[in-house]
Design a protein around this ligand. Sequence first.
Ligand code: ADP
Ligand code: MG
Length: 283
Amino acid sequence: GTPLAVLSAIARIARSGAFVKDGAHLEALSAVDTVVFDKTGTLTTGTPTVVGVRTVDGTTAEGLLVLAAAAESSSEHPLGRAVVAHARAQGLPVGPSAGFAYEPGRGVTATVAGRAVTAGNRALVPDAPETLEGQGTATAVHVALDGRYAGSVLLADVIRDTARQAVAELRGHGLRTLMITGDQEATALAVAAELGIDDVRAGLLPDEKLSAIDAERAAGRTLAMVGDGVNDAPALARADVGIAMGSGTDIARESADIVLISSDLDDLVRTVRVARRARRIVM
Ligand code: ADP
Ligand code: MG
């Protein structure tokens, strides 16, 4: 049977807002040496807002936004939605597009008013200037018109207010922290520096997140993975303990062993602490 210390630990954690699917996950959590975090929607709130628009000569900010928003109008990605919401808030028309295609981890393409519009990162818009990548914690969505770079929409995501303290406390327990993200390196490094995260892997396509988990495990690490996205689901399933944000996608919550119901990273720290204490009592 499950030791009493583990049962009482689960009860204590449940009251604090983490749902543990099985007592065995708590035991696994007490043994991890590394906590891997997704960035967008996990360490940040995942609701970015537009903070600036840059354009090359011959394109206006309004013109760029109108075309980018139309191209993103079918997008379910937080960045795409933010571009559309911003255009609407500016009173700009968000017209129809044809031939919408989403390339996960890269961006979107569509035809708008007869023009080929691409909105995404440098993988999709390679002629975007590199200087725009290093704008602190902001993410750039680059826009190309008919295959030529035309400008960028800069979006800032907000770091969760409990993230810094949570990372510090995990490190205080001797745990290594790692960020794996599909976002560009400059943005990832800026967020990691602000939070004191030990290591970063950026620009990862969905299957590369899983490879990153495999590489860590092959190196002998025992991992907890915390994430929210469709892209995170395989990594959550593969980690020794998968932990999903309550605000995350259905598939992330289904793939995880533990769910942080109110997406509060304090609850993550509390769960780790209680798991480690239960282990000391039982062993
Ligand atoms: P994360 O791992 O941070 O959750 P994703 O894998 O969803 O990120 O996306 C990675 C990157 O792909 C984004 O930072 C962005 O550069 C680009 N991207 C994805 N979807 C879109 C979109 N709809 N519009 C523009 N860029 C996008
Ligand atoms: Mg995410």
